[in-house]
Design a binder for this molecule. Structure first.
Ligand SMILES: Cc1ncc(C[n+]2csc(CCOP(=O)(O)OP(=O)(O)O)c2C)c(N)n1
Ligand SMILES: [Mg+2]
Length: 317
């Protein structure tokens, strides 16, 4: 089944649809992890396992015409926004049928037709892109919102504060969503940040809201909706923080609980309440159809040709 944004805007997305999208991301990424040791996927992969729930909730809350800009950890948003799964797998395989003809790889997924304008390996790089889009929306008097989705580490970049300042000054319709998984590679947030995000937003006169439980599919959507609506209604930018949990290592498909930088119990506490694991009845009901879509996507990637050498610089320079 073709996924897509809820685009509901006014009606809250249903638990079932949010669950289905999150499960779709989970199963697609588990397939990536299964294939990865074969080396058929040579692009580095930053998996969103554990962070699929809020991606589904964010995407379902946006309206057609809104735009999203994000990071290398982008499979979840790409799929939840309505990106084509076949093209995603072909991109990961480096094949001509991929989103960017196989040249961009996992860290630069985009689906402009579905509102995902770009993702970048450079931490914080897409923050000003989202802000610039919001500036354009405002100048053209269009009721659209630009959403930046980045990690907690990105808030330490100078560009984050610059974007808060400029977007507040110009009252831009941009929401800075912060996926707070408490980690930047191996560094824990308490060893990196001397500020509270709410206070930082407040210093720039920016609204702040948070979703304390990223696994609460409907809760995240309910908390995000008024934030989005206020920016759309001309109330300027906002910071929206979501607490979540990255299950695997920063990059790659292995676990990292033996590496000593985080407590296995923390991850275990999240996992035991993960609806994708606890609501087994719904997962079992939805799984066959999703697995068919994934199998077709993998078959498409495997059958897609390797791009010819003559294409090396096409669309690049
Ligand atoms: C400007 C820049 N500095 C450093 C890096 C190396 N780097 C890649 S990911 C990362 C951690 C980012 O953490 P966070 O923003 O919390 O996102 P997460 O990986 O947790 O989703 C770092 C430091 C980079 N890619 N770009
Ligand atoms: Mg992080």
């Amino acid at each position: 089944m073709q996924a897509g944004r809820g685009g509901a805007g006014v009606t809250a997305p249903s638990y079932r649809e949010l669950f289905r999208q999150a499960l779709r991301v989970r199963l697609a990424e588990l397939k990536v992890a299964e294939i990865y040791p074969s080396d058929k996927i040579q692009s580095p992969v930053h998996l969103s396992l554990g962070q699929e729930h809020h991606a589904a909730a964010l995407a379902a809350s946006l309206l057609p015409g809104d735009q999203v800009y994000t990071t290398y950890r982008s499979h979840a948003l790409y799929l939840a926004q309505g990106g084509d799964m076949k093209k995603m797998f072909a991109e990961l395989y480096g094949r001509a049928g991929g989103i960017s003809g196989g040249k961009a790889g996992s860290m630069h997924l985009c689906a402009p037709e579905a509102g995902l304008m770009g993702s970048s390996a450079i931490v914080g790089a897409t923050l000003p892109h989202a802000m610039g889009a919001a500036y354009a929306f405002k100048l053209k008097n269009e009721p659209r919102v630009a959403v930046s989705v980045t990690g907690d580490g990105s808030t330490e970049e100078g560009v984050f504060s610059e974007c808060l300042n400029f977007s507040s000054l110009k009252k831009l319709p941009v929401v800075f969503v912060v996926e707070n998984n408490g980690l930047a590679i191996h560094a824990r947030i308490e060893n990196r940040q001397a500020y509270r995000l709410e206070a930082l937003a407040g210093a720039y006169g920016i609204r702040y809201a948070m979703a304390p439980d990223g696994f609460d599919l409907e809760g995240v959507a309910a908390a995000f909706a008024p934030v989005l609506a206020a920016s759309r209604a001309g109330e300027g930018p906002a910071v929206f923080e979501i607490k979540t949990c990255r299950y695997l290592q920063h990059v790659g498909v292995d676990g990292d609980l033996d590496k000593g930088y985080r407590c296995p119990r923390e991850v275990g506490d999240w996992r035991c309440r993960d609806p994708l694991e606890t609501d087994a009845a719904l997962a079992d009901e939805l799984r066959p159809e999703i697995e068919r879509e994934i199998d077709e996507a993998v078959a498409f990637a495997e059958a897609s040709p390797v791009p010819p050498a003559s294409d090396t610089f096409k669309d690049v320079i």
